[in-house]
Design a protein around this ligand. Structure first.
Ligand code: TXA
Ligand code: MG
Length: 349
């Protein structure tokens, strides 16, 4: 299949391009589009055979359900059987935005979207292209991140192009996604709200509105409530080690690992903070990628997936990553780094 890549204005999307995207979606085809978090691979959420194409294009296991994107409350109403008070509060405070709500579904939601679960995950994105596209299509859009399954989520049109070229008819490319990290997935189907995946809205922000909020810990439960959390995501080809602790000791340890790696003729890449970069630069890694300042987690979030992808493109055999402080957006960043490292984590106090 020939893939068309169209550059679209991220603030005032061109009407003809939105119409073209809507026409493909109405015809049961896939369109990649930007959201404020990462690029989504969209299909008509009410059309099971269109949604099946998402799983094929991504190589995604069918037991991993899809997030449905809506542009207004009425559209969400047709998909949700029971709005809990917690869900209502979340809608008021965080929609449109990077918060996905898991709620009891209606029969309108095909089984392939919810992977047979009784709940559906719904989100109203804030990106103008995403909102206009859903509006013009007039349909809820099922859309996972537009990467090949197992790869880091795409935060630019180029990332989508590399993963989806030849597999889908259209990519709407609005450049970099503002946040660069996926939405928070929150179960508000009943009882105490539970974070199934940390993301763009922090636990602290949710607690300020909802009171008590729990966190599902997939490594402790055999069956995580968000099925996607059990897969090894964001895994670069090379071996990755995440280092947590004092910067000074991390820099020291990285120096050792770089030397050891080079002794074994390995290419060693480093992902680090702006503050540590000058010291690590002197240790001559084969790639030095600055994630951002320790004081600006939003900067780190927006660069993280680009850094992981770059390590693969430059064929790093070993990747050494400096951790960030937990809390706020830092918790979501560390969640992605831990998954990328396949739980190879070094604590260096
Ligand atoms: O920011 C985002 O959320 C992006 C953009 C495109 O909106 N989407 C995204 O989708 O990250 P995806 O498919 O890559 O991740 C969705 C996560 C998976 O971990 C999945 O298992 C979980 O949400 N999920 C989806 N539906 C669910 C449901 N009904 N119950 C529990 N978890 C669900
Ligand atoms: Mg994904």
């Amino acid at each position: 299949m020939e893939t068309k890549r169209c550059y679209i204005d991220g603030v005032h999307p061109e009407a003809e391009l939105i119409k073209e995207g809507a026409a493909w979606l109405q015809a049961g085809e896939l369109v990649a589009f930007p959201t404020e978090t990462v690029y989504g691979l969209g299909a008509n959420a009410l059309d099971a055979s269109a949604c099946l194409k998402i799983f094929e294009a991504k190589g995604r296991p069918q037991d991993n359900p899809l997030i449905v994107h809506v542009c207004n409350r009425a559209m969400a109403n047709s998909l949700v059987a029971n709005w809990t008070p917690e869900a209502e509060l979340c809608v008021q405070h965080f929609w449109p935005g990077p918060l996905t709500l898991v709620m009891q579904k209606t029969d309108k939601v095909p089984d392939i979207v919810s992977a047979g679960l009784a709940n559906v995950a719904i989100r109203m994105p804030s990106h103008p292209v995403a909102l206009r596209l859903i509006e013009e299509t007039g349909l809820p859009l099922a859309a996972p991140s537009a990467n090949l399954s197992g790869k880091p989520s795409p935060t630019s049109g180029s990332h989508v192009w590399r993963d989806m070229k030849g597999k889908i008819p259209l990519i709407l490319d609005a450049g970099a996604c503002p946040l660069g990290l996926e939405s928070t997935v929150l179960d508000v189907s009943g009882g105490v709200p539970m974070i199934l995946r940390p993301g763009g809205i922090s636990k602290e922000q949710l607690e300020a509105v909802l009171g008590e909020v729990r966190v599902d810990n997939p490594s402790e439960t055999l069956a995580p409530k968000a099925p996607g959390m059990k897969y090894r995501h964001y895994a670069p080809q090379g071996e990755m080690i995440l280092m947590i602790g004092s910067s000074e000791r991390i820099i020291q340890r990285m120096g050792l690992e770089i030397q050891k790696g080079h002794g074994r003729l390995k290419k060693v890449g480093v992902l680090c903070s702006l503050e540590s970069a000058p010291f690590l630069h002197n240790l001559l890694p084969d790639l030095l990628f600055v994630l951002g300042s320790k004081n600006r987690p939003e900067e780190v979030a927006s660069n993280l997936f680009e850094g992981l992808r770059l390590c693969d493109e430059r064929s790093m055999d070993l990747i050494l990553a400096e951790g960030v402080e937990e809390g706020g957006l830092g918790t979501a960043i560390m969640n992605r780094l831990q998954k990328a490292a396949g739980q190879r984590i070094l604590y260096i106090p």
